[in-house]
Write a new protein. Structure first.
Length: 425
């Protein structure tokens, strides 16, 4: 659920498939609409031609122009359905900036404030406590301050995440079902069958009973903060979180291919997600029987959405357009500028983290210094199954790259895609 560092533990998958047959890569079926973006197109076509991935796509645009859409290959290794701009991808943590912008809409309306105590919306967080020795036991002390909306937006609340948390706290997250993500239908040997909390309200209330790993504002640590923020949004916004996203973001932006649950009529567009085990791609969530066809326990604000390259580009275009896309205005320009700026609390430690040397805004990384062509002020994030999306306001550029494999570091797709965009730009 991260651009490069959110990884599933390989050991959890050992023994999951006793005898898996290799899949023969199908010939590349590539198509580009709009501008050429030759370097990006060559990267994607090469990955399919060489049999490394069954299918990939990108959407790249400048300013308010229509995006260049490119698809190469097919939606699965055993399918002949070609990838295009409307193919469906598990975007996992690319959900986080969407949730972040939903919160910023409420900030603009005065229903939230960046430094407001979340206990105003979820009373269980009135007296947060911090672990004394996270690897030893659950002994805790009072936190030095409250958890704020800013902390949830920027992963500085001191919350955990089952994919990275260790020690006794991890066992509590598992016991309470604080696992807001879906991988596939089958149970993996050696992995506990832990049900997810039955609702967003229950998730938030259970989370409030556990100690933090650090004082709020002290350090950047990847977490369930954006999932918890979904509960804050529905309380402050006066409607269920998924309804808020639909009415306030997806409908105005005409995002007709973005869901927490993929409708039956649209499942023919769904990709298969693969996990690389000892170099072999294992289908952990086939598109035809995807777990995203089921209604989740609750809408995961940190990792729950499925979307298309065309749809997510409309979200990026709105951000690049300072809150406006066509006739739809979602936020004021100053709100978007604030949301995509560095919102980290003063003094928050980032050394050694995946954003080391950079900032963090409303659910996405903020580039503080130009790097690899990407300009300072760029904003974006990625997903665990090798998706990535960002805007570069200084260059008037937006881009999204899409593949479906885990761990996302198995192949240099996301990093390679970002470089390719600037190679052509």
């Amino acid at each position: 659920m991260t651009p490069t560092d959110l990884r599933l533990d390989r050991r959890r998958f050992l023994g999951a498939i006793a005898a898996a047959g290799a899949f023969a890569a199908l010939p590349a079926l590539a198509r580009t609409t709009g501008a050429d973006w030759a370097a990006s197109r060559a990267l994607l076509d090469g990955l399919v031609r060489d049999g490394k991935l069954p299918g990939v796509a990108f959407a790249i645009g400048r300013g308010g122009e229509a995006p260049a859409l490119h698809g190469a290959g097919t939606i699965a290794r055993d399918s002949r359905t070609a990838v295009d701009g409307d193919t469906l991808w598990r975007i996992y943590s690319m959900t986080k900036p969407v949730t972040g912008m939903a919160a910023m809409m409420l900030v603009e309306e005065g229903k939230l404030a960046l430094d407001r105590n979340i206990a105003d919306f979820i009373p269980g967080f009135a007296n947060p406590r911090v672990l004394v020795d996270p690897m030893r036991d659950l002994t805790s002390r009072p936190a030095k301050g409250p958890i704020t909306v800013r902390n949830l937006l920027t992963h500085t609340a001191g919350l955990g995440y089952t994919i990275i948390t260790q020690g006794p706290l991890l066992q509590e997250y598992l016991r309470l079902g604080l696992t807001p993500a879906a991988l596939g239908r089958f149970r993996l040997p050696g992995v506990p069958d832990v049900p997810t909390a039955p609702s967003l309200e229950v998730f938030a209330d259970r989370l409030a009973t556990l100690p933090l790993i650090a004082d709020p504002g002290a350090k950047w640590s990847y977490s369930v903060g954006l999932d918890l923020l979904g509960r804050v949004i529905e309380v402050a916004g006066g409607m269920p979180f998924d309804q808020f996203l639909q009415e306030r973001i997806f409908d105005p932006l005409d995002m007709k291919s973005t869901w927490f649950t993929v409708p039956a009529a649209e499942r023919g567009r769904m990709t298969t997600n693969y996990f690389y085990l000892q170099g072999m791609p294992i289908p952990v969530d086939p598109g035809a029987t995807t777990i995203f066809a089921d209604k989740p326990a609750f809408p995961f604000g940190g990792a729950g959405l499925v979307s298309s390259a065309r749809d997510y580009d409309r979200f990026l275009a709105m951000l690049l357009g300072q809150g406006t896309l066509g006739n739809a205005r979602l936020m004021k320009p100053e709100t978007v500028k604030l949301a995509t700026s560095n919102l980290l609390p003063p003094g928050a430690a980032t050394a050694g983290s995946m954003i080391d040397g950079n900032g963090f805004g409303a659910g996405g990384r903020v580039t503080l210094r130009a790097e690899n062509g990407r300009g300072a002020g760029s904003f974006g994030w990625g997903g665990a199954a090798a998706t990535i999306a960002f805007i570069d306001p200084g260059a008037g550029l937006r881009a999204g790259g899409y593949a479906q494999f885990m761990p996302d570091t198995t192949l240099p797709f996301t990093t390679g895609f970002a470089r390719s965009v600037y190679a052509t730009a």
